[in-house]
Ligand binder design. Sequence first.
Ligand code: SF4
Length: 360
Amino acid sequence: MSKGLYIHVPFCRRKCPYCDFYSVTDRSLAESYVQAVIRNIKARSESYDTVYFGGGTPSLLTGRQISDILSSANIADNAEISAECNPDSADRDKFEEFRRAGINRISVGIQSLDNGDLYFLERLHSAAQAADTIKNARLAGFENISADLMLGTPYQSKDTIISNIERLSKLGVDHVSAYILKIEESTVLAKCPQRVNACADSDTMADYYEAAVSALEEHGYFQYEISNFAKKGYECRHNLKYWRCEEYFGVGPSAHSCIDGKRFAVPKDIHAFIDSERQQEIVTDDSPCGEEERLMLALRLSEGYAIPAGSAGDRLIHAAKPLEMHGLLSIAGGRIILTPQGFLVSNSIICRLSEVLEEG
Ligand code: SF4
């Protein structure tokens, strides 16, 4: 089976205060970085049917750099090839270059179409620029466009979230990722208690999430994962591989892989990555995709988890029945499927059901 290829592009113009993804602001390293990515891709003889340029900010690379990377990999004809792009570094010319290089899916990191949210998040773009970026991606010929939305900033209300979604629908985006703002310990935001306290509390966040789910459904975006919504046929094939425990290879500092029967991670050190012939791969799990992990990942998806046969399945059904009565999940067609209410408390449901699996 073809695999997924993830390429981390660890460059950002400036670090956003809420973000803990690995990136640096020194873009003079970009060319030697691209060469190191190519060396690592060539060192394996895999074929890939999905490729995902994530970051960081892949739109800081040039079309030629993207093209060189893609030429070094063995990629299937019908592959989905995605690139994350930020409004401050992706104009129509950049989109046209990326399209010529082979990218066929764009994910725009807009976060919001409201200037209050963008101010709080210290993004480098305005709401008008975010909308223009989506229009430019379409004008450049992209037929598969995703946008990211952040839920839970201090300036939001259910109304502003619903209005953001209405505008995204009018702009014709095909896919929306709606993330709940999480305060990660290592971030600048975590060190500002006043700003943290101004963010939505967990009850408000739950209201926002439910409002977002219904507004997205109303506009034809089907929820296929806790945070991901798509028009039919526009689900992200690459990200589905993660949740379905399929194989993928990650290149670049902080990238993760699940391939050849193990999971491994690359250290977060761009200099070590550039200077080495092959990236350092630290094994984090040498027997991945066991039943508990499958359960944990599959319950994120609206297709749910296939209940195994035998006593483990019987125990799971027994434990899931009371949760079904509370409207948190359904048991149907041999699968356990979380409801939107269940998605909100997915961690505790997954914990409970994992314990039941372990008991065997
Ligand atoms: S949110 Fe995106 S642009 Fe901002 S620092 Fe993180 S990766 Fe870079």
